[in-house]
Design a protein around this ligand. Structure first.
Ligand code: FAD
Length: 400
């Protein structure tokens, strides 16, 4: 052990992967999760090479290969006739170019793999952090239930509604992004007649888009159907969604889209919120990671990947300067904040780009995509996928 005890508030993908990175760096780590059991929403997550590079190092390659799916390509298509706008190989060519695979996975599988890799006694359930006191040479943690804890560093990995963020920087409401997402999982055998390839598909159309990919070793199809909406009036941020509403929203879209929506038993509808970038993530011996400090629209499929990167950089920064944790957190933030902020901005821009109505702007977008000049062509995404969050920045690479 390097002597420092790190408390992580939140046992989501961000918190658990940070805990593993910190444990691998030799720190004494404890995760405090408010729920009585670890859990994730019943949906998929894409894990790009910048994140799989870290998860492989942490020993998860076998589990990801066993439960995940390696897609052949990212296939971006037109909403009505399904015409290809851009087809970017994932699979072997991507692995050869970036050194690590792209996975499509069920969130519960990823969370379970992370949790299984953390030694017993380090994840504390039913422990909602309600307050902390940074007294300069350590941090006292207070919980809704159970006694306090003393740590050297506190990491708030407690998601978009982060209590740690509010305790650090005051209250601030997340912004409704003007988008809702219907999400669902469909047994793959129900879709056989539709000829859906093992790709990540994005159908783009006016005011909405539809994403689908296989998860769980190919047994389930995951979809996310995004629809622009002026406001969100329900009390809850997530709710049971009516399949009929989703079908209506995608009236006239490609038969595969309809086929999937017709085959699903139930959908959930999510209001998508984000937050403006923070000028700082840390104060003293307390910092933030993941959605707690850079919640973003999912239109780069990078929210969880950035949280995984945060954990790797945090561990490397503390390992480089364990004698001065507050200074190490400043270094962590300096490396991470510009990159995450850039990802937040690109995610928002994709809302406009994906949802263009047919017309001159859409034609210009399609032309640029056909030339491989935008979106996910390898050269364009190299700054995302080549990044090694645990290592020094390669020559010439900037985070901003
Ligand atoms: P969370 O997963 O929200 O975890 C926070 C945890 O903290 C929870 O377990 C919570 O119970 C706990 N907690 C909260 N408060 C406290 C407290 N006070 N004390 C203790 N515990 C507490 N990202 C990708 O990389 N790829 C994708 O393909 C992708 N697709 C997406 C699709 C959709 C539709 C959406 C909405 C998001 C998508 N994302 C994707 C983003 C990704 O889901 C999130 O960025 C990621 O899950 C955030 O992880 P986190 O650990 O920071 O937060």
């Amino acid at each position: 052990m390097r002597g420092l005890t790190v408390g992580v508030a939140g046992g989501g993908i961000g918190g658990l992967s940070a805990a593993l990175s910190l444990l691998a760096a030799g720190f004494d780590v404890h995760v405090y999760e408010r729920a009585q059991a670890l859990g994730e929403v019943g949906a998929g997550v894409q894990i790009s090479p910048n994140a799989s590079r870290i998860l492989h190092r942490l020993g998860l390659a076998g589990e990801l290969a066993r439960t995940g799916v390696k897609p052949l390509a990212l296939h971006q298509r037109r909403w009505d006739d399904g015409r290809t706008l851009l087809r970017t190989p994932l699979g072997e060519p991507l692995e050869a170019r970036f050194g690590f695979p792209h996975y499509q996975a069920h969130r519960a599988d990823v969370l379970a793999a992370l949790a299984a890799a953390i030694p017993a006694g380090r994840i504390h359930l039913g422990r909602r952090l309600t307050g902390f006191t940074d007294h300069g040479d350590g941090v006292r943690l207070d919980f809704a239930e159970g006694g306090p804890a003393e740590v050297d560093v506190l990491v708030g990995a407690d998601g978009i509604h982060s209590d740690v963020r509010e305790l650090l920087f005051g209250p601030e409401r997340p912004r409704f992004t003007g988008c809702v997402a219907y999400r669902g999982l469909i047994p793959a055998e129900r879709l056989r007649g539709l000829g859906i390839e093992v790709t990540a598909q994005v159908f783009m159309g006016p005011g909405r888009h539809f994403v689908n990919y296989y998860v769980s070793g190919g047994r389930l199809m995951n979809f996310v159907a995004i629809v622009e909406q002026d406001s969100w009036t329900r009390e809850s941020w997530t709710d049971h969604g009516e399949v009929a509403d989703a079908l209506k929203a995608f009236d006239g879209w490609h038969p595969q889209v309809h086929g999937m929506l017709n085959a699903v038993d139930e959908t959930f509808v999510w209001a998508l919120f984000d937050r403006p970038p923070l000028p700082r993530w840390s104060r003293g011996r307390v910092t933030l990671l993941g959605d707690a400090c850079h919640a973003m629209l999912p239109f780069m499929a990078q929210g969880a990947a950035q949280a995984i990167e945060d954990g790797a950089t945090l561990a490397a920064s503390l390992a480089a300067n364990p004698g001065d944790p507050a200074e190490a957190l400043v270094g962590y933030e300096r490396l991470r904040l510009p990159r995450a902020t850039r990802m937040q901005a690109l995610s928002s821009e994709n809302k406009t780009r994906f949802h263009l109505h047919d017309g001159p702007e859409q034609e210009a977008r399609d032309e640029a995509m056909a030339m491989g000049a935008t979106d996910w062509s390898y050269d364009v995404v190299a700054w995302i996928y080549d990044h090694d969050a645990a290592g020094p920045l390669p020559d010439g690479e900037t985070t901003g």
